[in-house]
Design a protein around this ligand. Structure first.
Ligand code: NAP
Ligand code: MN
Length: 257
């Protein structure tokens, strides 16, 4: 029968639900297998979902994710804690359908990083000067704190705080937004969020990325010594997400603010 694991946010409600979910599933002959699960049950928020996916980022073909949101609605889960019975029925009755989500891939001098929400270049230490290329064409020389490249699902996260547009579900696009760009008589860059086709390739190059970090969802990596950063939607990796019902995108959005 089905092998599952549970990734739960460390709070009281999520912990209680983890025990309940495990008990019910084991009564129905499911087996908890943290090492090689088929289903990763995520109990918590969107942040927890992203954390869980990163735990399996090199094994995305082998697992599917199923989210139970504790608190508000969220973008990565269809069920709230008050709907746990309905949530469990999807697994027990095998009524769910799978959706594939794309991930962003950054390649920095041969090393690869994967992001669900966004990938950022951020320099809080000094003005980052970098050339921005889209599909091999030089768009601009950017000066400022950095750039945020997000997915449709990530458009409501960091991107939204930057004044980026919220992208409706079903629109498979990527968006690039400036982080505190400097604009005056000597320097200028687009200074507006840019929505791009899903197969666009974005490249940042700089004389130096000293002091800059590569932000990948909730993780950061030093860009010390890096020269070239390429970001695009990864063809080889997709996230399998289980859905049991249709939740209105507008209800999710209304729950956000
Ligand atoms: P986190 O506490 O896990 O997340 C920060 C907040 O962002 C939480 O309230 C989380 O919702 C929400 N969130 C995550 N993904 C979202 C999405 N796709 N749409 C709408 N809201 C979303 O913090 P973290 O672990 O450091 O970072 C995870 C993500 O948080 C990052 O990918 C980034 O986009 C976002 N973040 C935003 C800012 C900002 O806006 N200034 C700063 C840092 C990080 P839940 O409560 O449901 O988990
Ligand atoms: Mn969170």
């Amino acid at each position: 029968m089905g092998k599952f694991t549970i990734v739960a946010r460390p709070d009281e409600l999520s912990g209680r639900l983890e025990k309940q979910v495990q008990n019910v599933l084991e009564k129905h002959d499911f087996i908890r297998d943290d090492a090689s699960p088929e289903t990763v049950i995520v109990i918590g928020g969107d942040g927890t979902f992203i954390y869980a996916v990163h735990q399996f980022i090199d094994r995305l073909k082998d697992v599917r994710f199923f989210g139970l949101h504790t608190g508000t609605l969220g973008f990565y889960s269809d069920y709230q804690d008050c709907e746990v019975d309905e949530f469990l029925d999807v697994l027990i009755q095998h009524t769910g359908t799978e959706e594939l989500l794309g991930v962003l891939r950054a390649e920095v001098d041969g090393k690869r990083y994967y992001g669900l929400n966004e990938i950022r270049v951020e320099n809080a230490a000094r003005t980052q000067v970098m050339d921005v290329f889209v599909n091999g064409v030089q768009l601009e020389t950017f000066r400022g704190t950095g750039m945020c490249v997000c997915t449709q699902l990530g458009s409501t996260a960091y991107n939204r705080s930057l004044g980026g547009a919220v992208i409706q579900e079903g629109l498979d696009l990527i968006e690039m937004a400036e982080i505190a760009g400097i604009h005056h008589s000597k320097y200028r860059s687009l200074d507006a969020p840019f929505v791009l086709k899903k197969d666009s390739v974005i490249r940042f190059t700089a004389e130096s990325f000293r002091g800059a970090l590569l932000g990948v969802d909730s993780d950061v990596y030093s860009l010390e010594g890096a020269k070239n950063i390429e970001i695009k939607i990864c063809q080889a990796r997709q996230i399998r997400v289980l859905h049991g019902k249709k939740v209105s995108y507008f209800d999710r959005l209304k729950d956000l603010y």
